[in-house]
Design a binder for this molecule. Structure first.
Ligand code: PLP
Length: 480
């Protein structure tokens, strides 16, 4: 089983010989990961797109698909090193632009096992216990979203985008023809896209204040809509982490006979933390809830879920394919999995989520959420006290939004500071366009999305000075 050339294909992971091969190769991959991480040093590769592309080209002079392979160990070592060196690394606190979390080691390790066994979640005969574990996971998640509805159910998705798509699909199937989507101005772009994909008219947009949907504006809007409506509220906006007033919005929906879908892709797991759960009060009134455990949840991508208060709502996904879920197989007791997704072949993402839930429990999950939010509150206080920076507002969750404390040119300074820090490899900082300008015009803000549960405010305070310096008007000294 040597491999002087790349033609040795004996290392299929299945079976004990394959496990031995895996045990040889995983350390090679981890060594590459360590070497590349050390080579990079900071949050991001230095030099920007041109440097990263040049490094790849230099590493692969004969291209990615040479006539003769280089062998498994060499390819794995080389490309793992390259990937680590050229990645932005969410395990580095200064990599804080997006809802892009550092995955827990336990979840990544679990994924090795899932990958080796490769269950496919579209039929029981490809995923016997994996499908039972997925059921246990989705039941647990539905219980978190709907503590008052014991029959609630959930399905696994690829993320918030698919959860919003399926949520709106189920709303359309429930309502019949003529459904209108009504969303806040703060909604994720995937909501409008889902409406487009589903052949629905473009969503009606409801005004927000401080990035939260205004219940009276929703009521006015629903009074105008002819026919059935589904309202999409957001629990944790992508721009600021703001959480819509869900209880009030649910009441307005009830009064107008509208369905309610809550996009809790970011904020959902805050239900695990008693000091934060109040923010999500009313979420259990929604017909469906989107969650992303590759944000708060610390899973490798992808780890989305869609929960429904009434499990029958999911019946709309039922589909028959004789080779996967023949009616006689189902009658004979083989669980029908095909209707648990809009996909067919599907990774066992539930496995690493299940391992993580079991390892941390509700309290452990909540504690990680709490730490991120507490750190964000401290960083926000430091921003507020910083002479060169202006805070957008108190973080509801773990997003800190701010801009240079100068007037007219701040938009430009924000945009260029972000690119400068990224291209130097110093820090990955986000941006958000928010309607804070005169007459509600958009202005650009900088954003730190803090998802590193073990980073502390002390990790970020020096970054504020670095950002302030990068965003200073040319020729000005920045007070720090
Ligand atoms: C991240 C996010 C999404 C999209 O989720 P993906 O997992 O990237 O598909 C949708 N809505 C909100 C509020 C989000 O934060």
């Amino acid at each position: 089983m040597g491999e002087p050339n790349g033609t040795d294909t004996s290392g299929v992971t299945a079976g004990l010989a394959g496990h031995d091969r895996l045990a040889e190769l995983v350390p090679v991959a981890l060594a590459g990961l360590a070497a590349g991480t050390a080579e990079r040093g900071g949050a991001a590769p230095a030099g920007g797109p041109a440097a990263v592309a040049a490094q790849l080209a230099a590493a692969l002079p004969d291209g990615l698909l040479p006539a003769e392979g280089v062998g498994e160990r060499a390819a794995l070592s080389e490309l793992s090193t390259l990937l680590a060196a050229g990645s932005v690394d969410p395990a580095q606190p200064w990599c804080a632009a997006h809802l892009h979390c550092p995955p827990l080691a336990v979840a990544v390790a679990a994924d090795v096992v899932a990958g080796a066994l490769n269950p496919s979640m579209d039929s029981w005969d490809q995923a016997p216990v994996a499908s039972e574990l997925e059921r246990a996971l989705t039941t647990a998640v539905a219980g978190l979203c709907y503590p008052g509805a014991p029959g609630a159910d959930a399905v696994v998705t690829s993320g918030g985008t698919e959860s919003n798509l399926v949520g709106l699909l189920l709303a359309r199937e429930h309502a019949g023809p003529g459904l209108r989507v009504v969303r806040g101005a703060n909604a994720h772009h995937s909501v409008a896209r889902a409406a487009w994909l589903l052949g629905l008219p473009a969503p009606v947009v409801v005004g927000c204040e401080r990035d939260r949907m205004v219940p009276s504006a929703l009521a006015a809007c629903l009074s105008e809509v002819d026919g059935p409506a589904v309202v999409v509220a957001t629990a944790g906006t992508t721009n600021t982490g703001a959480v819509d007033p869900l209880r009030d919005l649910a009441r307005v929906c009830r009064e107008h006979g509208a369905q309610l879908h809550v996009d809790a892709a970011y904020g959902g797991p805050a239900v695990c933390e008693p000091t934060l759960a109040g923010l999500l009060d009313g979420m259990g009134e929604a017909d469906s809830v989107a969650l992303d455990l590759h944000k708060f949840g610390w899973q490798p991508i992808s780890a989305g879920l869609l929960a429904c208060r009434d499990p029958r709502r999911l019946d709309a996904l039922t589909v028959r394919a004789d080779y996967l879920n023949a009616a006689d197989d189902t009658e004979a007791g083989l669980p029908d999995l095909l209707g648990r997704s809009i996909r067919t072949s599907r990774r066992p993402d539930a496995f690493r989520m299940a391992v993580t839930f079991r390892a941390l429990g509700v309290r452990g999950m909540g504690e990680l959420v709490r730490r991120c939010c507490a750190t964000a509150a401290e960083v926000a206080a430091a921003v507020a006290a910083h002479p060169a920076l202006r805070l957008w507002g108190e973080p509801a969750l773990s997003t800190v939004v701010f801009r240079p404390a100068v007037g007219a040119t701040a938009d430009e300074l924000v945009a260029t500071a972000r690119r400068t820090l990224l291209e130097s490899g110093t820090a990955v900082v986000g941006r958000a366009a928010l309607p804070t300008g005169p007459d509600g015009a958009d202005e650009l803000w900088l954003k730190l999305t803090l998802l590193h549960p073990h980073a502390t405010a002390a990790d970020y305070l020096p970054l504020l000075d670095v950002i302030a310096a990068a965003a200073a008007p040319v020729g000005e000294q920045v007070p720090s």
